[in-house]
Design a protein around this ligand. Structure first.
Ligand SMILES: [Zn+2]
Ligand SMILES: [Zn+2]
Length: 133
């Protein structure tokens, strides 16, 4: 089985997964922008997630709407997102933390009504003002 490896910036936290959802969205919501320190965050649901090292350095931040955002306490890397009340096994990972090439690509741009004016949307990728079903 193919494994795909990921890590935070300082490599304290490392993990592997065995598969991905085919839904990979660039999220332009204000919380993703702030949390990732970027024009958008890109998150993906995964299969077969195994935390290899550093799970004790993964810290949660609960945002105002109850969603949970996880980051490395050593380097500050943004690692993931999960819905309010969801367990760590339901985390959607920040896809940019993977070190390997991945068999998926961005298929949507969501919450574009919150998009920064200094960043243009991708052409040829469907855009949604809010989330998508
Ligand atoms: Zn780190
Ligand atoms: Zn978002």
């Amino acid at each position: 089985m193919t494994e795909y490896a990921g890590s935070c910036l300082c490599k304290t936290i490392t993990f592997t997964v065995t598969g991905f959802s085919d839904r990979v969205a660039n999220c332009h919501c204000t919380m993703c922008r702030k949390f990732h320190g970027a024009a958008f965050g890109t998150l993906v649901a995964v299969e077969g997630l195994t935390w290899l090292t550093g799970l004790e350095s993964l810290q949660d931040y609960v945002a105002g709407n109850g969603t949970v955002r996880s980051f490395c306490v050593r380097c500050g890397a943004s690692l993931g997102f999960r819905e309010s009340g969801a367990g760590i096994e339901q985390i959607e990972l920040a896809i940019a933390t993977f070190d390997d090439a991945l068999p998926v690509s961005v298929d949507a741009q969501i919450y574009t009504r919150y998009k920064a004016n200094w960043c243009d949307l991708l052409e040829n990728v469907p855009a949604f003002s809010e989330g998508r079903e």
